[in-house]
Ligand binder design. Structure first.
Ligand code: GLC
Length: 728
């Protein structure tokens, strides 16, 4: 949705168009005596009851209103009794550092504390992978990577660290976690989802316990209620067309888990359920969330979400009444919040919103403010400032990066790479680009490529990992690669995006920049290790056969060294796919159990302990009448060589699976291969297709290569045999 620049434009219009009306009753004595609601020894419920009884209608309506920081002043907070302020993505004070943030927070808070009842405001921010709006904060992996870890304890620890970095910057409420269940990878928010599997998402609501249970506790938000990840076509803010049974089975469980963990707020989804906007859905919000699930916190709308209820721009009094009566407690109305207050009051005075609903909303909001100690400590707790970007938090983030890596392919165990000896080549647009590895919601709403935040890139991690005897050459597009390198690491994938701007309605493959880089590397004939930095599975089936290894790194954040930890074997990969990996974009949506054949199944993930667990091709391929032609070229050096082989099925029948065999007579030993599985037993060598190119149609050619050692001479094999018939 709109962000700071648009927000400012809207404000200019709004202030010129609206005549201020007598919204606020005459001021009361500046400071109230110590009253029951101000007594922390009383039960929260009693404090709320006492405070509510003292509040005017304007004061109650102000508690339900949340403007954006760039469009409200401390004086207006006082005048309009505003109860909350938010930062939209990237909306930051200057200087953008913990002190700048805490100073801004305190300025707004002084506005709130200048009201007669001194009700503190609460400040909301999207700390969705660390406190990502704050420069210097630790940027943790986005949720899709955390889903790959399958580690609720780790995720809870990340919640604790995030709470500290939020408190350390003065804020006290995060609009996180997204407990969305992403069912179509076309969705631009797939990376904000832990998984397509509701049970895994439910498990990882452990982050809420971290956020709200830490000594530096902050209010968490389960979002976006409900079904945001299930829209048709994966369209952001689209329509989730499901039966109630399926909606409940797929999208509700994580909210049930979040409520059971005591989540303090729930953000309502922009999306619709069977054509009805969630922002006006009384049954789902009041009957199901608050009634059936027993949610006692408060709901908050999404960014100007009430504007969408009637499908027309802006909001009407009717829309406000619909939303509040549906169960919306606080309205995120970033721009024209004064118009909102006017219309909200009109709706109440016209009897369109019962006062009991207003009181219920206030009770919910005030309960959280009391529970989180805002009345006792309204101003920024600066004692956590030193945790922002701390070494301990960065170490935790690096652990999360390691554990989120999913090894999808490792032909002939090309990984882990040796740290010492020879030369390594690093390429790809995301190898030396911390902005790409952090993704959206980093410093700005959309995120951006480049050297945006402090941390380590994947390239820096590689350089730090290898021994002094190893040369690491970096070339973004792969220029300069040759066969003298023992391997090439290509770090490719997506550039940052957020929300609908990340929706992919067409192709879902690598961009042309990445493809040409990979072609350049492949032409050199060295083993190619691909590290995919992306917010979702990509359509790579057509290329992966030419890669020796594939590591899904997701959006690792600021600690790219965690990727190198896995590449060089300091930590074996343990990640498992949190999303089913398509064979083709045309399969979307594709999810575990839907009967479609994926490239890699949900839960797939290799490690270094054993060989590739994927089933080997038929060990005894049927003899085929067709014949074949093989070309075999080598690039030799003193004690080793690289071989390139092309195999053509010159027969009239398909050969599936294919297995090419030959023998070496001078002690040659295959060490690593690509584009085929090459195994050796004594002098006998067998090459077979990968799991996605197991067969050869008539006339088809497959090329593959491998590195090998020799003991001084390298005589060519006498013959090549394809499934039992000798090739030309
Ligand atoms: C956005 C997002 C929501 C976020 C909110 C405030 O549009 O949908 O996830 O918390 O606005 O930035």
């Amino acid at each position: 949705m709109k962000r700071a620049t648009t927000v400012r434009r809207a404000w200019t219009l709004a202030t010129t168009a609206i005549v201020l009306c007598g919204l606020v009753t005459a001021a009361r004595p500046a400071t109230a005596a110590a009253l029951p609601y101000q007594d922390p020894s009383l039960p929260v419920a009693d404090r709320v009851t006492d405070l509510l009884a003292r509040m005017s209608l304007d004061e109650k309506l102000g508690q339900m209103t949340q403007p954006e920081r760039a469009l409200v002043s401390a004086a207006q907070i006082t005048q309009y009794r505003i109860g909350s302020v938010l930062s939209g993505g990237g909306s930051a004070p200057s200087p953008n550092n913990p002190t700048g943030w805490a100073d801004m927070y305190d300025t707004f808070q002084r506005g709130a504390m200048a009201t007669p009842l001194q009700i503190p405001m609460i400040y909301g921010i999207d700390a969705v992978h660390g406190n990502n709006n704050v420069y210097g904060a630790t940027i943790f992996p986005h949720n899709i990577g955390l889903g790959a870890t399958r580690d609720p304890d780790l995720v809870q620890r990340i919640g604790v660290a995030t709470a500290e970095e939020v408190r350390g910057s003065g804020q006290d409420w995060t609009f996180a976690p997204c407990v969305c269940v992403a069912r179509n990878d076309r969705w631009g928010r797939t990376y904000e989802s832990f998984s397509e599997n509701p049970a895994l998402v439910s498990e990882l609501t452990s982050v809420i316990t971290g956020l709200q249970g830490a000594p530096a506790r902050i209010l968490a938000t389960a979002k976006h209620y409900v079904g945001d990840g299930g829209t048709t076509g994966g369209v952001d803010q689209g329509n989730t067309q499901l039966s109630e049974a399926d909606l409940r089975a797929i999208h509700l469980p994580p909210f049930r888990a979040a409520v059971q963990r005591g989540v303090g707020s729930v953000m309502i989804s922009f999306s619709s359920w069977n054509g009805q906007k969630l922002h006006g859905h009384r049954y789902l919000i009041t009957d199901v969330l608050k009634g059936e699930l027993g949610f006692t916190g408060f709901t908050v709308s999404d960014w100007a979400g009430i504007d969408q209820i009637d499908g027309q721009p802006g909001f009407t009094q009717a829309e406000i009444a619909t939303a509040v009566n549906a169960g919306l407690d606080m309205i995120m109305v970033p721009n024209d919040w004064q118009l909102f207050l006017t219309r909200l009051k009109s709706a109440v005075q016209a009897g369109q919103i019962p006062l009991s609903r207003v009181d219920d909303a206030n009770r919910r909001i005030l309960t959280k403010k009391f529970e989180y100690g805002l009345f006792e400590q309204p101003y920024a707790d600066r004692s956590y400032a030193s945790t922002v970007g701390s070494a301990a938090h960065r170490a935790l983030a690096r652990e999360a990066v390691r554990k989120s890596q999913v090894l999808l392919k490792n032909a002939n165990n090309v990984l882990p790479l040796a740290k010492s000896g020879g030369k390594l080549f690093v390429a790809g647009k995301s190898a030396d680009n911390i902005g790409n590895q952090a993704g959206g919601w980093t410093l700005s709403w959309q995120g951006s490529s480049g050297n945006t935040v402090p941390g380590t890139t994947v390239l820096q991690g590689i350089r730090d990992a290898v021994g002094s005897g190893t040369t690491v050459t970096y070339s973004r597009d792969g220029t300069g690669i040759d066969s003298s390198y023992r391997a090439a690491i290509a770090v490719v994938g997506e550039t940052p995006y957020a929300e609908g701007q990340g929706d992919r309605t067409g192709v879902m493959g690598l961009d042309s920049t990445d493809l040409s880089t990979l072609d350049r590397l492949r032409a050199a004939g060295v083993p190619v290790v691909v590290v995919l930095v992306s917010g979702r599975p990509l359509d790579i089936a057509a290329q992966v056969g030419n890669w020796n290894a594939l590591l899904a790194a997701w959006l690792p954040g600021s600690e790219g060294a965690g990727v190198a930890d896995v590449l060089f074997g300091d930590h074996a990969p343990t990640g498992k796919l949190p999303m089913t990996w398509m064979q083709s974009a045309s399969q979307q949506p594709i999810n575990d159990g839907d009967g479609k054949a994926p490239l890699y199944a949900y839960g797939h993930g290799l490690t270094y302990s054993g060989t590739d667990p994927d089933p080997d091709p038929d060990p005894d391929p049927d003899p085929v009448p067709s014949s074949c032609k093989v070309t075999y070229t080598t690039n030799d050096w003193n004690n080793g060589f690289t071989a390139n082989v092309s195999l053509t099925n010159t027969g009239t029948a398909a050969v599936n699976p294919w297995a090419l065999t030959w023998s070496y007579t001078a002690g040659q030993k295959v060490t690593q291969a690509w584009s085929a599985r090459v195994t050796q037993s004594g002098t006998a060598v067998t090459a077979a297709g990968e799991s996605w190119n197991p067969g050869l149609a008539p006339g088809a050619t497959v090329t593959f290569g491998f590195n090998a050692s020799h003991t001084g001479t390298n005589p060519r094999p006498a013959a090549f045999t394809l499934n039992g018939s000798v090739c030309a």
